[in-house]
Design a protein around this ligand. Structure first.
Ligand SMILES: Nc1ncnc2c1ncn2[C@@H]1O[C@H](COP(=O)(O)OP(=O)(O)OP(=O)(O)O)[C@@H](O)[C@H]1O
Ligand SMILES: [Mg+2]
Length: 247
């Protein structure tokens, strides 16, 4: 029997607050509806948003997992995850943020390798910095999703990132324009944006997805794409395009 290998998708950005964590959660919702066993790995080490957004009590975290690997005490990845539902598990960022800088980054590849045989998908939430652990996540990914907003500084920084990918001849990244955070802001047209970026926008999260009462969903630990699958089709499109291209 062939050994299962999870698809690894990392969600990142060049600026903070562009909707990475919300996107990770919505992708997990779509995968859960597809009955795909999904692990969310929270690499926002100092202020992990995944467990709080899902109302999950943190009983274990990435620090404990990597420290056990380092101390040769690691046994089974299942002992290091918190479950949201039948399909979604998470490895939260350290419950105590003071432990974040004690994490031995180089073990991240091993974490992904161990989880790979147990899950269909691994979704990685990052911060916007090019830290060692984020770079490792990018190196280990099949697909990298960049969340950008309609903001000149964000778009110009993304342009530099696009150049780096082009220089490296890497094309496993997609750019998502998120209009749902600041729904009234739309300074640049798609034509302008493509010119600024030197690349195309692959997906758009429409301003119609703006949720005035998003905090209520956080309080209830609900995932929008699980409650309104029809409304959040863009996340389904991202997954189905990826699976088509991956064949
Ligand atoms: N569809 C939406 N409607 C309303 N508010 C939203 C929506 N999506 C995201 N937000 C809000 O925008 C803010 C940023 O979103 P999110 O935390 O997902 O971004 P991020 O890129 O992960 O941020 P950070 O860089 O701080 O980790 C959050 O307060 C979130 O609640
Ligand atoms: Mg975040």
């Amino acid at each position: 029997m062939a050994i299962k290998k999870a698809h690894v998708i990392t969600v990142t950005s060049v600026k903070g607050g562009t909707g990475k964590s919300t996107t990770v959660l919505n992708l997990a919702g779509v995968l859960s509806l597809r009955k795909q066993k999904t692990l969310i790995l929270d690499l926002d080490l100092y202020s992990g948003a995944i467990a709080p957004s899902l109302n999950i009590d943190i009983t274990t975290d990435l620090y404990r997992l990597i420290n056990d690997m380092y101390m040769n005490r690691f046994d089974n990845i299942e002992n290091y995850v918190c479950s949201y539902n039948e399909y979604i598990d998470i490895i939260p960022a350290p419950k105590d943020p003071r432990l974040a800088n004690k994490i031995k980054n180089k073990y991240l590849s091993l974490v992904i390798k161990k989880a790979s045989t147990r899950y269909d998908f691994i979704l990685i939430d990052t911060t916007h910095s090019l830290s060692d652990i984020n770079l490792l996540a990018l190196d280990n990914s099949d697909l990298i999703l960049y969340l950008v907003t309609n903001n000149l500084v964000d778009l110009k920084s993304m342009r530099s990132m696009v150049s780096i990918y082009k220089d490296m001849n890497k094309n496993n990244y997609r750019i998502i324009m998120n209009n749902s955070i600041d729904k009234n802001r739309s300074c640049f047209t798609n034509y302008d944006i493509n010119n600024i970026l030197g690349d195309n926008i692959d997906y758009t999260i429409s301003s119609n997805f703006y949720q005035r009462n998003i905090d209520q969903y956080v309080i209830d630990g609900k995932i929008l794409s699980l409650i309104y699958p029809q409304k959040y089709m863009v996340f389904e499109d991202i997954i189905s395009d990826f699976l088509k291209e991956d064949k």
